[in-house]
Design a protein. Structure first.
Length: 346
């Protein structure tokens, strides 16, 4: 039997990323053959990863990387938020973003086939990470954004990397682009403008908003407060020329009924029309970046503020760890017991 030295174990650990005991066991089983030990660890790693494949991984980190005129934002998941502090995990997240920005894959399959600095594929890196870290590690998604030489990237991560944002600005500079990305991180817009909202989505959201108003009005009635008006429209897409013309006609009729002199209407109508637009684009304000009130200047929307500094948002991507993943409500004691049993049997 070969002499399994500490130097040999160290060499295998450096090549495979395996733990001390796993590396030593692999060398013992292969009689000190380094290549066979690496292959054995790989097979065991794949087996461990397969056992964990059905687990829900909804924690983790985002990664952001800029490579010249290309930027990538990625989401990598783990089963617990504790793993987000693991050095191997954070290195994997960062390398994933870097490899994807440089390789520019078209989909997840192409992304996982990309080669890392160590020479292994991303897919193999995730199998190895699952085996060595001890819980399911999975690559969920990525977004690639490109810019011209005259445009700027705003790269920003929030809450320790749980939220990752990249924006592309035409005009302005990186500092402004980063501020816009900070706004995006905080306000969660889904799309750039109202033109990207599906009409049925707008109707459904408007119905939900009106339902909340009706509930609020029931409470207001109990304390003799006046009822709030229901919303008729939710998006700028619904405000056709005819709708706007009717709104202006209604305002004029209101001013006439109030006895306001016609000579001052021109000073009143623009403000009331602005209010009409504000009241009837609530869905836009919730979901579209350009219609949101800018957190750096709450007197303007994002679009109005950027117009004032001769800049505009071209594109953006925002990832928040775990969004859209249904987390299993596991009994903690049962989960610990199952984990201990698995450790003893492995």
């Amino acid at each position: 039997m070969a002499n399994i030295t500490a130097a040999l174990v160290k060499e295998l650990r450096e090549k495979s990323g395996a733990g001390v005991m796993d590396a030593k066991k692999a060398l013992v089983e292969t009689d000190g053959d380094m290549d066979k030990a690496i292959e054995l660890l790989r097979e065991k790693g794949m087996a461990k990863a397969a056992k964990k494949a059905d687990r829900v991984a909804a924690e983790g980190l985002t990664g952001v990387y800029v490579d010249g005129n290309v930027a990538a934002v990625v989401e990598v998941n783990a089963e617990t938020d504790f793993v987000a502090k693991n050095a191997q995990f954070t290195e994997l997240v960062n390398e994933t973003a870097k490899v994807i920005a440089e390789g520019k894959p078209a989909n997840n399959e192409e992304a996982l086939a990309l080669t890392t600095a160590s020479g292994e594929t991303l897919e193999a890196a995730y199998v190895n990470a699952t085996a060595t870290i001890g819980e399911k590690i999975s690559f969920r998604r990525f977004a690639l954004l490109e810019k011209t030489d005259g445009q700027s990237f705003g790269a920003y991560q929030h809450n320790g990397g749980r939220i990752g944002v990249i924006s592309v600005l035409d005009g302005g500079d990186e500092a402004l682009a980063k501020q816009v990305s900070m706004h995006i991180a905080a306000m969660k817009p889904k799309v750039l403008s109202y033109k990207e909202l599906d009409p049925q989505f707008v109707r459904d959201e408007l119905a939900q908003m009106n339902h909340k108003i009706e509930q609020d009005n029931e409470s207001r009635a109990l304390v003799d407060k006046p009822a709030l008006p229901l919303l008729k429209y939710g998006s700028k897409a619904e405000l056709t020329d005819d709708v706007l013309a009717q709104a202006e006609a209604d305002i004029k009729a209101e001013l006439q009924a109030e006895g306001k002199p016609e000579k001052i209407w021109d000073k009143i109508i623009p403000g009331k029309m602005a209010r009409f637009l504000l009241d009837n684009t609530k869905v836009d304000q919730e979901y579209t970046l350009l219609a949101q009130v800018y957190i750096m200047d709450d007197s303007k929307t994002v679009e109005a503020y950027l117009d004032s500094v001769n800049a505009k948002v071209v594109d953006f991507a925002r990832f928040e760890v775990g969004e859209g993943i249904e987390k299993a409500a596991n009994d903690f004691e049962s989960e610990v017991a199952a984990t201990m049993a698995e450790a003893l049997n492995s």
